[in-house]
Design a protein around this ligand. Structure first.
Ligand code: GLN
Length: 309
């Protein structure tokens, strides 16, 4: 059994040096700002449910959160609707890519909150007046998860909004099905801003730790969402967080996690810790290559696999 002392003694810089030589994968090029990312960036952070923090070199380098925002958008939507959002989105894995043009058969709802269709809906369900109100609520909510004030990279938000043709297509499709309750372009404006929120590995690990601690930020002490919401979010992250690689991820790493095209992975081990790794080169499923390797090693070295007996 790994103890808190083992976790706190773990050398994240050594882990970083272990995965750094792996230069496999490609940096995302869906928007110019992501294409410009440094392929050698590699930051790792962990935050225990008692609020202890450990970081590697590069854990303070900012990047846009991209799809790692999805568990937290789901959490805010559940919180703001008193969990009525559960009726508006499926929770089954799709076995397909994050931007697949596919809705739930029979209902026309998004398949789950971890694919783009789902996050377009969750970001439209948070409380707030119009586009600006919902963006303000998302920033405030994500900041509470992170325990510090986060900002949007406006250039990234603009690019996501302009270049996200598949996201616009999904929003229009859901409008036609009656499963998206705001104007398609307004929904994409909010979703694009949510993807463009700047974090670093330390902030993202704190966000994961807030879920792992049952909805209370272990560093600030603030209750951000209820325990029930945190449990809902971690459950769906476990089954859908790595898209069509979720089954393999759960068997190998065994820790609920969400990947993103900026190369970030956020992990939550319930009752133990949150962690984050960021390194931009991605495998064919859009998961950070070094992030995956570092997550494998963290899980194995610290005995974090949730199904390991
Ligand atoms: N910017 C991305 C999109 O919506 C986020 C996707 C991701 O990180 N997988 O297309």
């Amino acid at each position: 059994m790994t103890t808190t002392a083992d976790i706190l003694a773990y050398d994240l810089d050594r882990l970083r040096r272990r995965v750094l030589p792996d230069t496999a994968g490609e940096v995302d090029d869906s928007i110019p700002q992501l294409a410009d990312a440094d392929p050698d960036l590699c930051g790792i952070a962990l935050v225990t449910v008692n609020g202890e923090v450990r970081v590697s070199v590069d854990a303070d380098v900012p990047f846009s959160i991209q799809s790692a925002v999805k568990p937290f958008l789901f959490a805010l939507a559940l919180h703001d609707t008193d969990r009525a959002a559960l009726g508006r989105i499926g929770i089954e894995p799709t076995g397909e890519a994050f931007d697949a043009i596919k809705l739930e058969t029979g209902t026309g709802r998004p398949p789950n909150p971890m694919v783009n269709a789902g996050a377009i809906v969750t970001s439209s369900l948070v409380e707030g007046d119009g586009v600006d109100g919902r963006i303000a609520r998302i920033i405030a909510g994500l900041s509470a998860f992170a325990g510090r004030t986060l900002d949007i990279d406006d250039d990234v938000a603009r690019s996501e909004h302009l270049l996200g043709d598949r996201n616009h297509a999904l929003a229009h499709l859901m409008r036609s099905e009656g499963t998206l309750n705001v104007e398609a372009d307004d929904a994409i404006a909010v979703y694009a801003s949510a993807c463009a929120v700047l974090v670093d590995a330390e902030a993202l690990a704190t966000m994961g730790a807030t879920l792992a601690a049952g909805g209370v930020n272990p560093r600030s002490g603030e209750r951000v969402v209820s325990r029930d919401v945190a449990r809902d979010v971690i459950s769906v992250t476990a089954t859908c967080g790595v898209y069509d690689g979720s089954g393999r991820w759960m068997r190998e790493v065994g820790v609920p996690a969400k990947s993103s095209v900026s190369g970030a992975i956020v992990l939550s081990v319930p009752g133990v810790l949150g962690a984050a790794v960021v390194s931009p080169p991605l495998d064919e499923r859009g998961t950070s290559v070094r992030g995956h390797r570092a997550s494998d090693a963290l899980s194995a070295d610290l005995g974090l696999h949730v199904f390991d007996v």
